[in-house]
Design a protein around this ligand. Structure first.
Ligand code: ATP
Ligand code: MN
Length: 464
């Protein structure tokens, strides 16, 4: 008999109907006359209760029904007398598809997240990781839906690249060279001409530069794919392999860009509240009691928009009033996470979009303001997360862009194709990058970015 997903079973009121469910045992307890088995198949956070009469099955079978075992159960759908559940299954046949011995690592409840990471291959079977992964899926759908509805084309940029887009961190090299026998030239440099691509290549840190090629042809595109950064950032907000969403839009100015950022994030949060209710309620109960309140709060708030210069002023005032930061505050510095969090969590108590940064602390392609000192970058700063989006209006003026490339000693010969966007029919445009896992952190209330991706990659960690 074809199995029915538990999510569907729990909504079904066709009592008396014969159904088959398959899933993993969460709990098994018995009174003398009857056994209760909570079964979960991953389709929902909720379990279905299987009720099995003790005298209908032999004792050996019940012994195999341990936490984590995989069962196929056929029986009648019945209305549950227990509070809070609509239907349960009165078992007629039970087949043990996979036994689960008592050394099953996910057996005990309340294990630490560090323990879960060490058992990353099995942690997906827990309630928390099930909830997070279902929400992650729903957020991916929301993102595609948002851009599709708004006329953006899903655009695939390469993962292997010969350019270091923005020096966004160290890159992972891609090579088929024999590392045991590396030939070097007389200056001690590696000769890449006989490497697979005939030049030095790496995994991409961002799809933006190619995204700009797409936007200046198709009008509006977005990328959604993995990016790689070999930076040694051991923080709860950084991964070595993470997923990024990068929309890029022609004919957009800074105001439009900020509107897009705010509208997009709110759409995703609203989607989560509408499509992931059960999982969010579970996380709100078990992980973060303020989660639902915070998600609803974001929908109501208008994000604060302020310039870097105004932000520095607020931080300097805080220092004058006796607030202690680890890193001193002065115009021109890159904001540390403590500064971002002060603005968002203590001063404004809502999300902040900061703009117009000193050009020295931002990438070469950002549009230079008339003051010649600041650029039209926008970072969206979120409570508990810090930077969730980094974006900018791009410099579309050919000469100004070349000036920046030269003054930063970026090798021009690698950039010829990018410069052609400014040489031929240049247009105002801009875009941003959203770290997918940072969005998932916010939406789930989880504390560590390694716990919102199925198989995290971070320094010294590529297990599973
Ligand atoms: P941060 O200052 O937090 O390291 P960044 O300035 O390096 O971020 P960008 O290069 O602008 O970030 O990348 C765009 C977005 O990608 C960021 O706003 C963030 O959401 C996300 N992001 C950046 N680096 C990482 C990382 N190592 N792991 C996960 N997400 C990241
Ligand atoms: Mn970074």
């Amino acid at each position: 008999m074809k199995r029915t997903k538990i999510q569907e079973i729990l909504l079904c009121e066709d009592f008396g109907k014969e159904v088959t469910v398959k899933g993993w045992v969460r709990t098994h307890r018995d009174s003398k006359v009857v056994h209760f088995i909570a079964l979960n198949d991953g389709s929902t956070i909720k379990n279905v209760q299987v009720v099995a009469d003790t005298d209908k099955f032999d004792e050996g079978l019940f012994k195999q029904i341990t936490t984590g075992a995989c069962l196929s159960v056929t029986g009648k759908l019945t209305q549950s007398p227990g509070a809070g559940q609509a239907s349960e299954i009165s078992a007629e046949t039970i087949e043990v598809l996979g036994q689960c011995p008592s050394d099953y690592p996910m057996q005990k409840k309340g294990q630490s997240f560090e323990y879960m990471r060490q058992h990353g291959h099995l942690r997906l079977r827990t309630n928390t990781f099930g909830a997070v992964m279902r929400i992650r899926h729903n957020m991916a759908i929301a993102i595609h839906q948002y851009f599709h509805e708004h006329g953006f084309f899903y655009f695939h940029t390469p993962l292997i690249t010969a350019s270091d887009c923005e020096g966004a961190g160290q890159m992972f090299q891609v090579t088929t060279k024999n590392l045991y026998d590396l030939k070097k030239d007389k200056d001690g440099k590696i000769d890449y001409s006989d490497d697979f691509f005939g030049k030095m290549t790496s995994l991409t840190v961002s799809g933006q530069l190619e995204g700009e090629l797409g936007a200046t042809a198709l009008g509006a595109i977005y990328t959604f794919g993995p990016t790689f950064r070999a930076e040694n950032s051991n923080t709860p907000r950084h991964l070595s392999e993470f997923w990024m969403i990068e929309p890029e839009v022609a004919f957009i100015d800074l105001q439009d860009l900020m509107d897009l950022e705010e509208d997009f994030i709110k759409y995703c949060v609203r989607w989560a509240l509408e499509h992931c209710q059960d999982d969010l309620e579970f996380l709100n109960k078990m992980i973060d009691k303020t989660l639902l309140q915070r998600l609803n709060g974001v929908l109501k708030e208008t994000f604060v928009r302020l310039t870097y210069t105004e932000g520095i002023k607020i931080l300097e005032e805080a220092v004058a009033k006796g607030h202690k930061f680890e890193f001193p505050v002065s115009w021109g510095m890159d904001l540390a996470s403590e500064h971002e969090r002060y603005l968002v969590e203590e001063h404004f108590k809502k999300p902040v979009i900061m703009t117009d940064y000193p050009k020295e602390i931002k990438a070469f392609y950002m549009k230079i303001n008339e003051d010649g000192k600041t650029v039209q970058g926008t970072d969206v700063l979120f409570p508990q997360i810090g930077e969730i989006i980094g974006g900018s209006v791009r410099e579309e003026n050919y000469d100004k862009l070349i000036g920046e490339i030269q003054s930063r000693n970026i090798p021009m010969k690698d950039m010829w194709w990018y410069l052609d966007t400014r040489k031929y029919g240049s247009c105002p445009h801009g875009g941003f990058g959203l770290g997918f896992e940072r969005l998932i952190l916010f939406v789930t209330g989880m504390q560590n970015i390694r716990d919102v991706i199925p198989f995290p990659r971070s320094p010294k960690n590529a297990e599973f």
